[in-house]
Design a protein around this ligand. Structure first.
Ligand SMILES: Nc1nc2c(ncn2[C@@H]2O[C@H](COP(=O)(O)OP(=O)(O)OP(=O)(O)O)[C@@H](O)[C@H]2O)c(=O)[nH]1
Ligand SMILES: [Mg+2]
Ligand SMILES: [Zn+2]
Length: 309
């Protein structure tokens, strides 16, 4: 009975059909009547990333019989079972937006998604030095930090390793090279890549669809199953601060501050105006990067402001 079903992952929904990867191929699926009924009561319905049970019909058609329990899900962008997020910056051009980076790190940690920080365009002049400085700051905070050049295919194999077997989203400002990088790690489809200046003039993004892309399999395995999926979603770069993050717990999602907070005199220290603060002492002694601390204060003030009305 159980073996007539295949387990798969929802890659995208389009035109009333669901495209599901299972057993080494992509199936065009509809919903079983009973499931359709029960999903009507679910405000989110099926999400890209959902793990499903399929009943194959004549290939490539199948019926979705069941949705397996979700590990987690996000509403904006809509995605289920997301394990990690690649946060891409250009070491050079466009200039890195570290406030955006730190904001994304907080959002991801609060959502239970592992961030991987990826500096791209290491081929550009001056990029090595930018990377070396920031590597220290974020590595010390406990994050995985990569140096890559999508143009020269540098660091791409290492990146691919980190993506194996997982569902990964990609975030970062426009023009940092997300689509270019993804074209090198994912299977067939070519994503649209654009020219920065043209895009900045138009002030819009080339990437629109939320869709999971099967990764290139690392080793040739029998089924030709992609061992991992990546989502090129524009929504991630504008992720809103989750509800549960406020001025009193912001530091909990700031691993480098969190470690220093044990030296603070007060338990509820916000590491701002309080006396005898372990975090401020560390900044004064150069043990914590002053600019990252300033960005903490910026986000802290922003959260305090939001709670005021
Ligand atoms: N020098 C250099 N240029 C790169 C590299 N990777 C990407 N680029 C260029 O940067 C520009 C933007 O790349 P995209 O991949 O379109 O950037 P994106 O992050 O997907 O941008 P949006 O879709 O607008 O968010 C393109 O002109 C790429 O050719 C790299 O490693 N080195
Ligand atoms: Mg893109
Ligand atoms: Zn403190």
């Amino acid at each position: 009975m159980a073996e007539k079903f295949l387990q798969g992952v929802l890659l995208k929904a389009h035109g009333g059909f669901y495209f599901v990867q299972a057993a080494g191929r992509i199936w065009t699926c509809s919903l079983r009547g009973r499931l359709k009924q029960s999903l009507r009561e679910e405000p989110l319905g099926l999400l890209v990333g959902d793990r499903l049970l399929l009943e194959p019909l004549a290939e490539p058609e199948a019926v979705i019989a069941e949705v397996l329990p979700r590990r987690n899900f996000l509403v904006r962008p809509r995605i289920a079972n997301l394990e990690q997020c690649l946060v891409v910056l250009a070491a050079e051009h466009p200039k890195p937006d570290y406030l955006l980076l730190d904001r994304l790190l907080v959002c991801l940690l609060a959502a239970g998604v592992r961030p991987i920080i990826c500096f791209n365009k290491l081929d550009r002049p001056g990029a090595e030095q930018v990377f070396a400085e920031q590597f220290k700051v974020y590595q010390q905070a406990g994050f995985t930090v990569l140096a890559v050049s999508a143009l020269q295919q540098r660091g791409v194999a290492e990146l691919q390793q980190l993506l194996q077997g997982k569902i990964t989203a990609v975030a970062g400002q426009s023009g940092v090279g997300k689509s270019t990088l993804l074209n090198q790690v994912q299977q067939s489809q070519q994503l649209q890549t654009g020219d920065i200046s043209r895009k900045l003039q138009r002030g819009r993004h080339t990437t629109r669809l939320v869709e999971l892309l099967p990764l290139l399999p690392q080793a040739a395995d029998a089924d030709g199953l992609a061992e991992g999926w990546i989502a090129d979603t524009p929504g991630f770069s504008r992720l809103a601060m989750p509800e549960q993050v406020g001025p009193d717990n912001l530091a909990q999602f700031w691993p480098d501050l969190q470690a220093l907070a044990q030296d603070c005199r007060f338990d509820g220290c916000r590491h701002d105006q309080e006396p005898d603060c372990g975090v401020k002492a560390a900044v004064a002694q150069g043990r914590l990067d002053g600019r990252r601390y300033q960005r903490y204060l910026t986000l802290l003030a922003e959260l305090a402001e939001q709670r005021r009305y």
